[in-house]
Structure formats: C-alpha cells, structure tokens
Design a protein around this ligand. Sequence first.
Ligand SMILES: [Zn+2]
Length: 73
Amino acid sequence: MCIVPRHFTQVQKLLILRRANYKCQGCGTSLDAKNFEADHKKAYSQGGATEAWNAQALCRNCNRRKSDKPQQP
Ligand SMILES: [Zn+2]
C-alpha cells in the first residue's frame, strides 16, 4: 500500500504559485509567501492527489472560507 502525501512540497507550491501568476485563483488578490496556500482542487479526503495538476493557488482567506464547511461536529 502506498502512502499518498497530504501536503504539497515547496517545489510543488512554487510551481502552483507561478502557474497562477502569483494571484489567488479565488479572489484574484496578489499572493506572496505570507498569504499563499496550495489547495487540493479535489479534496485529499476524497481521494484527490497531492499533485500540481490537482492544486490551485488560494489566498489564506479563500482557503479558510473553503474549508469552513459546516461539517464540524
Ligand atoms: Zn483569495
């Protein structure tokens, strides 16, 4: 059984960030090292791969909003 990594590597993150032109793909705000977060397009919990093609660049706000789903107990 192979273990799929949950988090993107620094190299992957850089690629994702550059591919998105250093802009948040949710709201278009400029991204820098402080507010950039790599997000799984298909959620890791749903079998989404931790690969650059399954990633999008989001700012911290968008990523938080996205994960703010009402699924907490
Ligand atoms: Zn955003």
